[in-house]
Design a protein around this ligand. Structure first.
Ligand SMILES: Nc1ncnc2c1ncn2[C@@H]1O[C@H](COP(=O)(O)OP(=O)(O)OP(=O)(O)O)[C@@H](O)[C@H]1O
Ligand SMILES: [Mg+2]
Length: 432
């Protein structure tokens, strides 16, 4: 692994920054996190991001004079510290409130000020200009690809762009990452899209979805399918690739009589010792190389939390439920891409109105207590997945059937909303 080069200027700045922002900052310990994380885990995340930033910007930093260099180092530190300590905040009733609180706290402690607009999270550092740049400008516009199945459609947003960047910082340093967020917030979508974009000559990846039947044995078999014998007892990639295992729904395995989850314990063992025993011949131990684990879990499902002995290895990031504007952007782009293919001017207004209508219904459902999950209505769980289903249904439409009559699509939309949402409601009172 490449280690970042740090000169004396950097050492002094970081020594001071660690004191100022971490050791003396007692308020950091009061932040509320989406799952239990301790100080060391947050400092570990900070260091991983800082290392990755120093490697990425090594050339640019070397060209700077002493004073601008000091500012550049501090800017990088503030960015890494913000995500190290603030990346896993959340878990309150209101995502926006959690972000706002951290934002005002972080803005009040940093010496290099963030621009006024938005949250501190919305900015990344540019060491050359020694300034903050907006993530919004880095969002890759959605491009429609012919013959793409709906499940593969992915629209980059501000939040996913910065999470992908953080993911990349960790993959570069071969450090595990865990995304935690409620159901349907896009955890699986972001990681899968990131893995699909990795270079096949450098990275090989596999997704392992945990469920309550997953055992340590089945996990071991899944892991072993990707590793090959390198030399002696060493196993890994024969072509020196990084082998990334994406463990989805990590907290789902059955909790046994002793309060442990066997796949979680095996994962912890592998990350701790970098080895695994042959189940058929226990005296044979295989040493594993270049394995990296990425994970996702929903803190309201399965065992809620995972063993902290495993989680301490991971950098934890919260996946917040996208806000109204982001949802509008994602599904607006998807439907716009679809209707643009019809080359029919009668569809110009349709997309916008369909999106507005869907979001109106979605918000109403989310805010109205009648639609909150309860013991009798435990399946009243509405999230992005439902919007995806409505969009997927609408995208079955073909231009030839709607020539010059874009308005007909409203009927299709109403039908999809009824099938996806109304059919799940259990009483006439809820429907009306
Ligand atoms: N940026 C995005 N672009 C396109 N579709 C998205 C995006 N984010 C989420 N989705 C869609 O939202 C739905 C839910 O996303 P996903 O399955 O990733 O959620 P999740 O957080 O993994 O949920 P769970 O905890 O239930 O597994 C999917 O249909 C996915 O395609
Ligand atoms: Mg998922």
């Amino acid at each position: 692994m490449v280690m970042p080069d740090i000169d004396d200027v950097g050492k002094n700045v970081f020594y001071r920054n660690f004191q100022q922002y971490v050791e003396l900052n007692t308020d950091l310990g009061k932040l509320k996190h989406i799952s239990p994380v301790n100080d060391m885990m947050m400092v570990q995340t900070l260091c991983t991001i800082l290392d990755a930033l120093l490697i990425e910007h090594a050339q640019a930093l070397n060209q700077l004079e002493e004073e601008p260099k000091k500012i550049a180092y501090e800017t990088l530190f503030i960015f890494a510290c913000m995500w190290g300590f603030g990346g896993s905040i959340g878990g309150g009733q209101d995502d926006e409130k959690d972000q706002k609180e951290f934002n005002s706290f972080w803005r009040s402690v940093t010496k290099i000020k963030f621009p006024e607009a938005g949250y501190a999270f919305d900015y990344f550092c540019d060491p050359i200009k020694s300034s903050w740049q907006q993530w919004q400008n880095q969002v890759v516009p959605y491009g429609v690809k012919e013959d793409m199945t709906f499940t593969k459609i992915y629209v980059g947003t501000l939040h996913t762009t910065r999470l992908r960047y953080l993911l990349d910082c960790h993959v570069v340093r071969c450090k595990p990452v865990l995304f935690i967020g409620n159901s349907g917030t896009g955890k699986t979508a972001v990681i899968k899209d990131y893995l699909a974009s990795t270079k096949a000559e450098k990275v090989a990846h596999r997704t392992i979805s945990f469920n309550s039947f997953t055992t340590s044995y089945s996990l071991q078999k899944s892991i072993e399918t990707m590793v090959e014998k390198k030399s002696g007892k060493t196993y890994g990639s024969a072509t020196n690739k990084v082998l990334i295992y994406f463990i989805d729904d990590m907290n789902m395995p059955f909790v046994d009589h002793y309060g442990t989850q066997s796949p979680i314990s095996l994962l912890n063992y592998i990350v701790d010792y970098g080895s695994i025993f042959n189940r058929e011949q226990l005296e044979e131990r295989k040493f594993l190389q270049d394995l990296l684990f990425l994970g996702a879990l929903n803190p309201k499902a399965g065992s809620f939390i995972i063993d902290s002995r495993l989680q301490r290895h991971f950098s934890t990031f919260t996946m917040f439920t996208p806000d109204g504007l982001t949802i509008k952007y994602i599904y607006g782009q998807i439907l716009l891409g679809h209707f643009t293919g019809f080359q029919d001017s009668s569809f110009d207004k349709v997309t916008e109105q369909i999106i507005e209508g869907t979001i109106f219904i979605f918000n109403k459902i989310l805010r109205d207590v009648r639609f909150s999950p309860s013991a009798r209505k435990f399946f009243y769980q509405f999230n992005l997945r439902d919007l995806s289903k409505i969009s997927e249904g609408i995208m079955q439409s073909q231009g030839a059937n709607y020539r010059g009559a874009g308005g007909k699509v409203y009927r299709l939309w109403a039908h999809e909303c009824k099938r996806v949402i109304e059919d799940r409601l259990i009483s006439q009172e809820d429907i009306t």
